[in-house]
Write a protein that binds this ligand. Structure first.
Ligand code: NAD
Length: 449
């Protein structure tokens, strides 16, 4: 079934229909229409999958995709138009152009944590750039994935865009095919499987992965604001966010004040009984619940620490000074658990951060601008913020992606269109003059160079 689907898409691509920009726009408008009219269904599906709060569903899923679609529809003519670039003297007389062409057949594999947005945002770019696409959403969010499939069916012919649902077996079969581009969002381990599968055909890939994202709070930071912004960035989606602050490194002069402020902000956001709060999501499944629960064993949970397996609930938790070799400091946490480690000088800070692979994001809380800038420049990471967390995601003018182990390539806004387009450089030579210097015989011509 999968080879046949792909074959049909390849045949469809060859007809050249997707090359027409106004056709792409018509379909994107129709997709926008569907997504706007079914917004409540999407919110319900996300709630049914992991009790995602309605506000978070709008802010971090539906609104993002709708904005993205609107921007793409508005700018597509400009993005897709051949761009003139300055020629070089050596080619005089010429006019030089960049043509954006679609790769062809694209595969998009999405994760479960923002199951709607992380499936549809790349898909919008793939369609805008004129590709055909097969989207494989996550098997762990069945309500959302089924709804996405349903919506796509109402807008696109399967030979243009289709959704293939399934788990690892399906994903493996998809990866065995010959694609022109693969866009993957998920874990580092599976990212490596994707890169290997792409290698025999030299298929270009975007890998949007994860990592252990440090959050530095120095001795000059505004602690109240830092706590407020960290509480939101860490506990939104119950910490199941690839760019959530993974662990805090705090100057020891500020630790006590920070714990007090965190306690206050967690209560403000989720009350004294976060389990009852409608604004706090659940862990996606038992496997992840158990993985996270193990991280709490033998730790000093200064805030939270309560779990309820029957409800897949883990309280917003802050761990005081975990050992660096303990479970919680080994891999990306990806849940509502925040370890806090104090430091006294920059070299301690550097040793800890550099002991991990390059993270997807890094955050610095400081009122010393020079210091914040120095830290941002010192470490390599995908993207981040000074005095906030995760909000760099919201600016479509900033490329979003990792570096090293946290990913390859980037997207958002025009970067998404560019990701799914091959840029063809073309020199258009004029015939009215033909400077003979470059032609053989070369005798004595080096004097001209
Ligand atoms: P995952 O890697 O387990 O799964 C992602 C997708 O890959 C799913 O569709 C799944 O079906 C498929 N998959 C799983 N195992 C596979 C295998 N062996 N072979 C082929 N395909 C396979 O990731 P997840 O648990 O869904 O998501 C969590 C991870 O994703 C975290 O590490 C997080 O940091 C990362 N993430 C990154 C971003 C980003 O934008 N960089 C965004 C969200 C999540």
């Amino acid at each position: 079934m999968i080879p046949e689907l792909l074959n049909n898409q390849k045949t469809y691509f060859k007809t050249g229909k997707t090359l027409c920009v106004s056709y792409r726009k018509t379909l994107l408008k129709s997709l926008l229409n569907q997504l706007e009219s079914r917004e409540q269904d999407i919110i319900d599906a996300l709630y049914n999958d992991f009790k995602k709060p309605e506000f978070e569903s709008v802010l971090t899923e539906t609104a993002i995709v709708i904005q993205d679609l609107k921007l793409t529809i508005k700018k597509l003519n400009k993005w897709a138009k051949p761009k003139r670039v300055f020629p070089v003297l050596l080619n005089f007389p010429s006019s030089d152009y960049l043509y954006a062409e679609p790769y062809g057949s694209v595969l998009i594999i999405a994760p479960w944590n923002y199951p709607y947005q992380l499936a549809l945002a790349p898909l919008v770019g793939a369609i805008a750039a004129g590709n055909t696409a097969i989207l494989k959403p996550s098997e762990l969010t069945p309500h959302t994935s089924a709804l996405i499939s349903d919506i796509i069916k109402t807008v696109f012919k399967p030979e243009h865009v289709t959704v293939v649902q399934g788990g690892v077996d399906t994903s493996t079969k998809l990866l065995e095919q010959h694609w022109d581009y693969i866009f993957f969002t998920g874990s580092v381990a599976v990212g490596k499987i994707v890169a290997k599968a792409a290698a025999p055909n030299l298929t270009p890939v975007t890998l949007e992965l994860g990592g252990k994202n440090p959050c530095i709070i120095d001795d000059t930071a505004n602690i109240k604001l830092a706590a407020k912004r960290i509480v939101w960035g860490k506990f939104v989606n119950a910490g199941q966010t690839c760019i959530a602050p993974d662990y805090v490194l705090i100057h020891d002069s500020n630790k006590a004040a920070f714990y007090k402020a965190m306690q206050h902000e967690i209560q403000l956001a989720y009350s004294t009984t976060p389990k009852q709060s409608k604004d706090f999501a659940r862990i996606i499944n038992t496997k992840n619940f158990e993985r996270l629960s193990k991280m709490l064993v033998n730790q000093n949970c200064i805030i939270g620490g309560q779990t309820d397996a029957s409800n897949l609930y883990i309280a917003p938790t802050v761990i005081d000074e975990p050992q660096l070799d303990s479970e919680v400091m080994k891999d990306e946490i990806f849940g509502p658990i925040l370890p806090v480690i104090s430091y006294q000088n920059d070299s301690e800070l550097e040793t800890i951060i550099l002991s991990y692979n390059k993270p997807l994001s890094l955050y610095v809380f400081s009122t010393n601008s020079a210091k914040a800038k120095q830290l941002i420049q010192k470490f390599s990471f995908g993207g981040g913020c000074i005095n906030d967390t995760i909000v760099h995601f919201a600016n479509h003018r900033l490329p979003f992606g990792g570096v090293g182990n946290s990913g390859l390539g980037a997207y958002h806004g025009q970067y998404t269109f560019d990701t799914f387009s091959h840029k063809k450089g073309v020199v258009k030579k004029a015939n009215w003059l033909d400077i003979p210097v470059r032609y053989a015989p070369y005798n004595g011509k080096l004097n001209f160079v």
